[in-house]
Design a protein around this ligand. Structure first.
Ligand code: UD1
Ligand code: CA
Length: 419
């Protein structure tokens, strides 16, 4: 059954009341990126033809985030089976395999998604494939009831399970893959006659079996992938795992992290080769770092690009739009925002440089401030190549200092300085 297409349904209609948040749960961030965004990125990597996000009424923020992918609205939270059915119209005309994911389970890897789809296409032609795992504490997860040959016979929800069924260790992670041609027909047969009074997605297994279909389990080795976020404590646990993955990937790719546990990455941080990152460095979204860059302890870097050979920190703050050229030095207690610092320039101590260009080889003395804001408007400061700005200078923008100019310490520069 190769050549079949893949679609995904991401369930995100749960109200997430335990987050105690005004924001939809799936927009809470992990490694600087909404949980649902992690799934979007991995689905793009996997290569799915279509994705539908199932949301509840009033979750237009989620719709805006996932656009142009369609959202389907589940008018009432009547259960996971009801939620998947809500996606039927949005998948009209689709024929192939459908992955069902949870928007609040953001650590699921592309490899596991691919394994699910592949299992769906196995010789045995299973109608539904379920992701199983064996948590240390099976708690209230649904239990997978399997037969003598490991075939999946049914899923029983904890609240509906007998004492014997509750001793089963193999649990339902919630993620499924199913043949689209069978999925919705199976869901039409699900009722809500159970302990929770919900339409359980999990009931399609027993229904499929009753119709002579086979169902299969893909068993996860590492249950970390399927930790779902219900409250803030789980959000923090998921963040910790995501950071562990990012740190490991950075080191595998050739960066030195002196004290990895204290470095915080964004999901999209890009590091070159032979980058050295000291303790307690934090990366916000949108950072790229070239080769042979050293970032010393306690620096906070957000939306910045750093070219090869530069030295940043300790205690540096690079904000969005900071473009640090080659072999630049940015020292302690220096803040750079929306500024281009050209090759070999030095801003070593206690400065704010915003809305500026600092030319190649310029030296910005300690305590220099670009006064870029007059209370109403932001203005630009341009400092020429090789200029020397004495300590404690205030550059009142808009202002221009020419190439090679020297500004004495303690100056307030409100007019252009010639080259
Ligand atoms: C579900 C499974 C259970 C499994 C567990 C794994 C069912 C019936 N049970 O239980 O076997 O062990 O996940 O975590 O499927 N959602 C909607 N609309 C709804 C209900 C849920 O979109 O009406 C979404 C939620 O936002 C969430 C996901 O579906 O992302 C799972 O819902 P949840 O209520 O957490 O399911 P569990 O009871 O944990
Ligand atoms: Ca859950």
């Amino acid at each position: 059954m190769t050549g079949r297409q893949t679609a995904a349904i991401v369930l995100a209609a749960g109200l997430g009341t335990r987050m105690k948040s005004a924001r939809p749960k799936v927009l809470h961030k992990v490694a600087g990126h909404p949980m649902v965004g992690h799934l979007m990125d991995r689905l793009a990597k996997l290569g799915v033809e279509r994705t539908v996000y199932v949301v509840s009424p009033g979750m237009s923020e989620v719709g805006a985030f996932v656009a142009p992918a369609p959202t389907a609205i589940q008018d009432q939270p009547l259960g996971t089976g009801h939620a998947v059915l809500a996606a039927r119209d949005a998948l009209a005309g689709f024929s192939g395999d459908v992955l069902i994911l949870y928007g609040d389970t953001p650590l699921l890897t592309t490899a596991t998604m691919a394994a699910m789809v592949e299992a769906c296409r196995a010789e045995t032609d299973p109608a539904v494939v379920v992701l199983g795992f064996r948590p240390d504490d099976p708690g209230e997860y649904g239990r997978l009831v399997t037969g003598a040959h490991g075939e999946l016979k049914s899923i029983v929800e904890y609240k509906d399970a007998s004492d014997a069924e509750r001793t089963i260790r193999l649990c339902n992670a919630g993620i499924m893959a199913a043949q689209s041609e069978k999925l919705f027909a199976l869901l039409d047969q699900v009722d809500n006659d159970n302990a929770k009074g919900e339409y359980y997605l999990t009931d399609i297994i027993a229904i499929a079996r009753g119709q002579g279909e086979s169902c299969a389990v893909v068993e996860l080795r590492n249950g970390d992938e399927v930790i779902g976020v219900n409250g803030r404590a789980e959000l923090a646990a998921v963040e910790a795992i995501a950071q562990g993955r990012l740190r490991a990937a950075a080191m595998v790719a050739g960066a030195t992290l002196t004290d990895p546990e204290t470095v915080w990455f964004s999901h999209d941080t890009v590091l070159g080769q032979d980058v050295v990152i000291g303790p307690n460095v934090v990366f916000g979204p949108g950072v790229t770092v070239g080769d042979d860059v050293e970032i010393r302890a306690f620096s906070h870097i957000d939306g910045a690009a750093i070219e090869d050979g530069s030295l940043i920190g300790p205690f540096a703050r690079l904000r969005p739009g900071a473009r640090i050229g080659r072999d630049v030095h940015i020292g302690n207690f220096v803040e750079i925002k929306e500024a281009l610092i050209e090759t070999g320039a030095k801003v070593n101590h206690l400065s704010y440089v915003g809305d500026s260009r600092v030319g190649a080889g310029a030296n910005i003395g300690a305590g220099t401030i670009t006064c870029n804001y007059d209370g109403f408007f932001k203005s630009h400061t341009d400092i020429g190549a090789g200029a020397f700005i004495g300590s404690n200078t205030a550059l009142v923008a808009p202002v221009k200092v020419g190439d090679g100019a020297i500004v004495g310490a303690g100056s307030v520069v409100a007019k252009d300085v010639a080259a």
